[in-house]
Design a protein around this ligand. Structure first.
Ligand SMILES: Nc1nc2c(c(=O)[nH]1)N[C@H]1C(S)=C(S)[C@@H](COP(=O)(O)O)O[C@H]1N2
Ligand SMILES: [Mo]
Length: 196
């Protein structure tokens, strides 16, 4: 089953194309450095304020409750790509699997290239936030974050860590890689929250 979530902009009272964005048919690559090598037999680590800190194997992770969604993708540098077909695990399914503690407020995403990004738990706890391993029905290409990345269609795409290695549930906010370097921590495309 495929779920179309491209009406998401209505929640933000905005047009499908956020202000200051232009639509592209291509899928540009934006990385802070080289594409890191990630084992085909990857693992995913959950730590911090959860009942069950644990490491999932790729097979365990993919078996949880995968879903396919059609989503839009907005890069802070000004391009948007409509109708991306992503297959992965919705964030709330992972949260259920590990049991999030009451004092958890934020989530730090960690990646194999040293990248980090943080979102409030409430902003992660939505089905459109997904850990993605396939794009258009094919394994996610390495340059786009394969074997596993995060997508955040309600935020600029820097909130979605490519090559994600795990998540850390935090009781206090922390700034991620780009957020420390002047990008907006809230990153709402319909408000043009690009810089802090
Ligand atoms: N691990 C990691 N994730 C990352 C980045 C990165 O450099 N490293 N770049 C971010 C930025 S700025 C954007 S716009 C998107 C780009 O995703 P794409 O290369 O698939 O278009 O990934 C985000 N996630
Ligand atoms: Mo970006």
């Amino acid at each position: 089953m495929t779920t179309d979530v491209t009406a998401l902009h209505e929640e933000f009272d905005g047009e499908r194309l956020p202000p200051g964005q232009r639509q592209t048919e291509s899928f540009p690559v934006l990385s802070k450095g080289e594409t890191p090598a990630v084992d085909d037999d990857w693992t995913f680590t959950v730590s911090g304020a959860v009942e069950d800190e644990r490491e999932f194997s790729a097979a365990e992770f993919k078996a949880l409750a995968p879903e396919t969604q059609i989503q839009d993708f907005h890069c802070v540098t000004g391009w948007s790509k409509f109708d991306c077909e992503f297959t992965g695990l919705p964030f709330p399914e992972l949260a259920d699997a590990v049991g999030v503690q009451d004092d958890a407020e934020h989530v730090m995403f960690h990646a194999h290239d040293g990248y980090t990004t943080d979102l409030p738990l409430a902003e992660c706890d939505r089905r459109e936030v997904m850990f993605v391993w396939a794009f258009d029905g094919e394994p996610l290409p390495a340059e786009h974050g394969g074997p596993l990345r995060v997508v955040t269609p309600h935020k600029y795409a820097y909130k979605g860590a490519k090559w994600v290695s795990g998540v850390e549930f935090l009781t206090e906010p922390e700034l991620g890689y780009w957020e420390k370097r002047g990008y907006s921590d809230s990153a709402n495309p319909w408000n043009e929250e690009r810089y802090s």
